[in-house]
Structure formats: C-alpha cells, structure tokens
Design a protein around this ligand. Structure first.
Ligand code: SF4
Length: 631
C-alpha cells in the first residue's frame, strides 16, 4: 500500500474503541496498540504529534493497518495483550520472563488439605502464598512449614486408599488423617496456624501458641506443651529474620525501572503484609519507547502471565492507562487493586529502593547484554546475514533408533533464552530413522503454527540439514530469515616436527558453519565469542530436546509398571490405560472406580494402587530435582 493510500486508511479509521495492528511491507505485525478512539489515536502517528522516541523508526515501516473494534477499553487491553504475545511485534515493548515462579497452595475447601508447591496459581478458590523469589526459597519455606505443622504430604489418591499410616506418621511429620487418627476440626486448627504464619501474622500466631502452651501445661499435657514451645522458638527465630519493610498490612509489588539509553532493567520487590518476601529481576528490555509505555506494557504482560495480583502496585512513574489496567487487575483479583506513583513518604522510599535494586541488577548484567548486541552484529558480518540476528532459533531432534522421536525448538532474544518461544513437537508423520524427514516435519509445523519468525535459524548439522531448512522456508513463503548449519566435525591437523612431538597428524573436533550458496564451511575459531553464541543456542536446543525425551521415556517406563503387578495381564492393562489414560489417571480414580472394572477385586485394586504410588513417587523425586535453586 503506498503512503497516500495508507494516509487515507488512517483517516478513515473507526472512531470506536479497539485495537490497531500495524504491518510492514512483508505483512509482518510490527506494532499493536489499543485506543479509546481508534481514529484519533492512529492519526497522531501521521500528524507527527506523537513524541514517543520510537515513532521515527516505526512510521516509515508501516505499510498496512488493521483494526479490531471492542466493546470496552478493558476488552481492548486483553486483546492487545494477546496479540503482542502471539506476534511479539518489533516496536512493542516485549517483556520477557525467563524464570519459573513458585507459590505454595493450600485448599481450605478440602477437609484435610496439604501444602503444595505450584508453578502458577489458579483461580480455584484455594489460598496461594508467593511468588517466591527462587526454587530454593520456596523449598526452604515448605520444609520449615512441614517440620512445624504436621499436615499430610500424600496426594489425594493415596490419602483415600490408605489402610495404615505411612512412614510420615512414624517420623511424626503427619498425624495420619488418612486413618482417622486426627479429627477434621483439630486438623483445621493446624491449617489455620499455617495460614496465619504465611499471611505474615506470625506475632498473632505466637501469642495464640503461648496461650495453648500454658493451657497444655496446666492440664499436665507436658509432651504437647513441649512441642508447642519448640514451635514458638522456631517461629520467633524466623520472624526475627524477616525484615519489616513497610508499615502497610497490604500485599504490595513494588516495580523498579532503571533506564540507560534504550536499555531498561525491570525488577520487583515483593512485600507481603509489610514483610519483604523476595525480589525478582527480568532480562533487559531494549526499546526506544517512553517510560510510561514501558511501565504500562510490563504491568500488562507480567500480570497477564497469571502472576498473583497484590492489593497495591507501586511504580516510580506515571502508568499509561492506569485506570483501565487497575480495573482489569481488580477484576482478576476479585478485590480492588490500586496502582500508586508516590511522590513522598514511605511508599516513595519503597519505590526508590526498587529502582536502586533494578540499577544494581543492571550494572551486574549489562556487560553480557552489551556483548550480545555486539556479537549479533559481528555474526551478521562474518556469515553475511541479511540482518542482525536479534532473534535466533534452533531446532533439534531427539529419538532412539527412530522411536519416540521428538523435535524441540528454542528461541533466544538479544542473546538470552526466551522461554516463551520454546516448543516441543511429537513427530507424527515420520516413522523409522529418517532425521531429515523429521526435521522437515518440525520446521513445516513451526512455520505454519507459530508466529514471530526468527531472524536466524540454526540447524544442528551440515549441508543436508541446511537444505531441509531451505526447503521448509521456501514452502512456507516466508522471506528475510537467514539459515545456517552448525556441524560438529573432526578435522585432521598435520603435527609439526618443530613442536617437539612425533611427526604425524592429530584429530580435533570443532564446529563448522554452513551457509547457503557456499560449498565450504566457515570456521569461527578466530571469533570464539561468535562461535560461543551459536554453540550456546545449539546446546540449549539439545538440552531441551533430551530432557523432554527423558520425560517421555520415564512416562513410558511408568506405564510398564503395570506389567509387574501380579494379576494384571495384557487385557487388563489395556482396559486400565484405555479407561483412565495413564498412571496418574489410575491413581486419581481410586479404589472405587478401579473395582468397577470386571475382574478387579478390592484386593487387586489396592495392590495396583500400591505399586503405582511407589513408581509415581520415584518419578516425582527425580522431577523435583529440576526445580531451579536460585534466581
Ligand atoms: S500418614 Fe496418611 S495422611 Fe499422613 S502422609 Fe502418610 S498416608 Fe498421608
């Protein structure tokens, strides 16, 4: 579309509320925005009234614009968020979060709830505490709570089917509600204590425990009094360690944003009921947008990831669309959420602390970010790429002799992993050992099913893999994507006599890079920083593929546990898997459902559950080791 037509299209934009989608000449989405009045908003782009720093870069690239009208601003905000997530447009602020979050969950709707470690809170009526700043921190808290409050640790299926208490009871970590050794009311009292502690009302809990201790001592229940005394000691020690940060009894997320040039570092301090719970920082954002737009985008994208919403959000600068963002968050939380930009007082001190924290993270991380930009430029020069590869993807295939084949894709943005671009593909169409065929299937699906194509695609392999990628790209009709092959190959070097050793040759394995249209590979040993960048992406793809493959194998091995159970033959195994899907499904079904299957008696059902629980707990202990230890 030429400039005049585009101007006309902008002028005739609807006056309603909605979302506008700007595209470049190749049809790529380069910017998504929302507006109360679309016509008024998009006209500012052409009238040069918009002073945002990224406008001079964005406007010359706009070739087309589309509109989607919505019934409200809040609906427009949700749509804008989804479109940014799907297309990751080049000129929008893209917030990346490359770490996992953990929270603790307790469901008070269950008569005998347990504390669970979860990655993402759900709106299911349960109570969630967190997010914790690292896997290590949440595990430490969970361990502390389990030592102090002997709630059950087993899953529902085990809880329901238990005839005798497990080892947890023997070691006094559980009071065995499974076998009726503790009534629901007493158990619930314990759950209430956990909640008091986790809600930061530790002082109230200690006062209550002291009262209970005196009562137990007065009634000569000395063992109970001693147990409560130990609990008081442990809780008081923990409370002393928790620093009081704010006098407020609200939950607060304090956002600190530090900018230098077009780089922005975002960090959050989590304050829960006045206590500092931890902090979190994110990969540096490269954007020429103004601070108000950056803050607004970060809030929308961060809480769009289903993060726990606090009562109050504190930011150091004005938030664009504050009213609608606050309305959206209040709806998410089911209670009023305020967004504050304090000018003085204690909240201002908190905002300043968050900024200092963001600056210190930035100072520590800046070198790698700067290096990433320099390396990307050098990579483009050395390999004659069409553009600087800010977004790089790599595909890897993992299988055993052609069986259980999976493809994996990883994505790196500005030198750092972008986990939202990671994806696994179960190979569907190819059977047997056909690596090229599998690669082609994965690439076809990647280009057809996923937006946001990379600047550079790395194929793990040489000329053959490169050809496969070029074919997939041609079929997809996408242009502007560079492809290279990175192959580990062994080279033979002549050993010089002058080096003192025996004459002859030595073998050395090194990575070669294949690029389209060039017969010989390129060696990057003289540019180790560039080679390291490519290897980092390739190794991450490999790690991601292998870990997924391992999980699948583990799942398959768990299914084979059924073969070991006396009384389970092929027909019953088939019936069980057919009816309940997998081991998890059988465990969740419980004894009642199992005995509905002809031939499965109560005794056989219990045996099945015992076997599966054991296999399941072994798998879980292996999986739990994958929780990252720290930020
Ligand atoms: S004793 Fe019973 S309730 Fe407690 S963890 Fe063991 S099985 Fe679960």
């Amino acid at each position: 579309m030429d400039r005049d037509n585009l101007k006309e299209k902008l002028k005739s934009a609807p006056r309603s509320t909605g979302v506008y989608i700007m595209k470049d000449g190749a049809g790529r989405v380069i910017y998504v925005g929302k507006a109360k009045n679309l016509r008024a908003r998009v006209r500012t782009y052409m009238d040069e009234k918009d002073a945002r720093p990224m406008i001079p870069f964005l406007v010359p690239k706009i070739s087309d614009i589309e509109y989607i009208m919505t019934d409200s601003e809040k609906e427009a905000l949700l749509l804008e968020n989804n479109l940014i997530k799907a297309h990751r447009p080049r000129y929008n602020v893209i917030f990346r979060d490359d770490k996992d979050y953990f929270s603790l969950r307790i469901d008070r709707g269950d008569p005998f709830p347990r504390l669970e470690l979860v990655r993402r809170p759900k709106r299911d009526g349960a109570l969630y505490f967190g997010p914790f700043s690292s896997g290590g921190a949440v595990k430490e808290t969970l361990g502390f709570l389990q030592r102090l409050f002997p709630l059950r640790t087993c899953k529902k299926a085990e809880f329901k089917s238990r005839k005798r208490p497990c080892i947890e009871y023997e070691i006094r970590r559980c009071l065995a509600p499974c076998c009726g050794y503790i009534d629901a009311e007493t158990y619930n009292g314990m759950v209430g204590d956990v909640v008091l502690f986790m809600e930061g009302r530790g002082k109230g809990l200690v006062a209550d425990l002291k009262r209970r201790m005196s009562e137990a001592a007065r009634s000569q229940r000395y063992e109970e009094a001693g147990r409560i005394r130990d609990m008081i000691g442990a809780i008081e020690t923990t409370l002393e360690r928790q620093k009081a940060f704010s006098m407020s009894h609200k939950d607060q997320d304090v956002f600190g944003i530090f900018r230098e040039g077009d780089l922005t570092q975002v960090g959050i301090l989590f304050i829960r009921k006045g206590k500092w719970m931890g902090s979190r920082s994110f990969p540096v954002i490269r954007s020429a947008s103004d601070p108000a737009e950056i803050i607004s985008s970060v809030l929308k994208q961060y809480y769009g990831l289903e993060m726990p919403v606090p009562d109050e959000i504190i930011v150091q600068a004005r938030v664009e669309d504050r009213a609608v963002v606050s309305e959206w968050l209040s709806e998410k939380k089911g209670a009023r959420v305020s967004i504050e930009t304090p000018r003085r007082g204690k909240k201002k001190a908190l905002a300043d602390a968050a900024v200092r924290n963001a600056e210190s993270v930035f100072r520590t991380l800046r070198r790698p970010e700067e290096n990433a930009a320099e390396n990307a430029e050098a990579l483009a020069r050395e390999l004659h790429l069409k553009k600087i590869p800010r977004r790089i993807e790599c595909i890897d295939i993992s299988n055993i002799g052609g069986r259980m084949a999976v493809g994996s894709k990883v994505a790196f943005q500005d030198g750092a992993p972008d986990k939202s671009g990671y994806r696994h593909f179960r190979i569907r169409d190819i059977e047997g050992m056909d690596d090229y065929g599998m690669m082609l299937e994965v690439l076809r699906r990647r280009f057809a099913e996923m937006p946001n194509p990379p600047d550079l695609l790395i194929m793990d392999g040489g000329k053959g893999q490169l050809q496969v990628a070029l074919r997939a790209l041609k079929e997809s009709g996408l242009s502007g994507i560079d492809v290279i092959g990175l192959a580990k190959e062994t080279r033979e070097f002549r050993r010089e006599q002058a080096s003192g050793g025996r004459p002859g040759s030595v073998k050395k394995t090194e990575d070669r890079v294949y690029i389209p249209g060039r017969k010989d590979p390129i060696y990057l040993s003289r540019r180790p920083e560039i080679l390291r960048l490519l290897q980092m992406v390739r190794n991450e793809a490999h790690r991601f593929a292998v870990s997924y493959h391992r999980r699948l194998m583990m799942k398959r091995d768990r299914q084979s546990v059924l073969d070991e159970i006396p009384g389970i033959g092929t027909a019953r195994k088939k019936e069980l898997i057919g009816r309940f899907g997998d081991i998890e499904g059988i465990l969740n079904a419980g004894i009642e459902e199992l005995t509905k299957i002809p031939g499965i008696t109560g005794e056989l059902g219990r045996t099945i559950l015992e076997y599966l629980k054991e296999a399941n707990s072994e798998t879980q202990s292996t999986e739990s080791q994958t929780i990252p230890e720290s930020e």
